[in-house]
Design a protein around this ligand. Structure first.
Ligand code: MG
Length: 243
């Protein structure tokens, strides 16, 4: 960990790493929802004549629906999608996702949240999702960790990930500098967004992509699962003593 922090400080030109908050992505970090998202996308795309397999869906994770749809229509139809097409395709994707069983809590996430709370670090959720069913479940599934003003969702930002805006907004809401926060992300584009905001980024590889997909986006540390992150003792070592 010490080596990762030193590399981070060197790369960013910051003097000290003094974390006061942890920003959590939601899908693939707090909820094991990505298999359902990927399957819903793949099925939707097939029915609209836009081929996208599940692995590609994982590569686009974090993008807004409109951005993903435009990448596909440019590739298959040679043009941007119309607003109506975006609405229709995204509605079908949401319909299929909502017909899936309820996504389980990510194994290890509860323990990670407990360790972060124990370390007196502020907990923030920064998600590209506007999926109200999951946002509503944050408090019922993880009671006592989240406050409404510290949840940044797709409704709060103009640009979705991989743009840094969602993480910059989390810094703004907490009144922190980049070197005073940490991010936990599972998606390559989420890592790109967080590192573009110059925040120390912990990647957890909870999906099927190779580790290199997360490391080449600039992740500062990588764990194979949320359980491994919980067992690392990392947050206890970074506990805040001034709170
Ligand atoms: Mg995610």
């Amino acid at each position: 960990m010490e080596q990762a922090i030193n590399l981070y400080l060197q790369k960013r030109g910051f003097k000290a790493f003094t974390p006061k908050a942890v920003f959590f992505d939601m899908d693939g970090v707090l909820f094991d929802s990505m298999p359902y998202h990927a399957a819903s996308w793949a099925q939707t795309c097939t029915s609209f004549g836009l081929e996208m397999d599940k692995t590609e869906a994982y590569m686009h994770e974090g993008r807004t629906g409109a951005s993903t749809i435009n990448i596909l229509t440019r590739r298959h139809w040679g043009r941007e999608a119309t607003e109506q097409e975006i609405a229709d395709i995204y509605a079908e994707k949401c319909r299929l996702f909502n017909a899936c069983p309820e996504a389980p809590k990510m194994p290890g996430a509860q323990q990670v949240l407990e360790a972060v709370k124990q370390a007196a670090l502020t907990i923030v959720v920064v998600t590209g999702s506007g999926q109200q069913s999951l946002l509503d479940r944050l408090n019922t599934n993880y009671p006592g960790f989240f406050t409404p003003e510290l949840i940044v969702s797709s409704k709060d930002v103009k640009h979705g990930k991989p743009h840094p805006e969602p993480y910059l907004m989390a810094l703004q809401r907490t009144g922190l500098h980049p070197w005073e926060a940490m991010v936990v992300e599972n998606a390559p584009l989420g890592v790109r967004s967080a590192t573009a905001a110059e925040i120390f980024t912990i990647a957890v590889n909870t999906g099927p992509l190779p580790e290199s997909a997360l490391l080449q986006e600039g992740a500062d540390m990588l764990f194979p699962s949320m359980t491994a992150l919980a067992e690392s003792g990392l947050f206890a070592q970074l506990a805040r003593h001034d709170a």
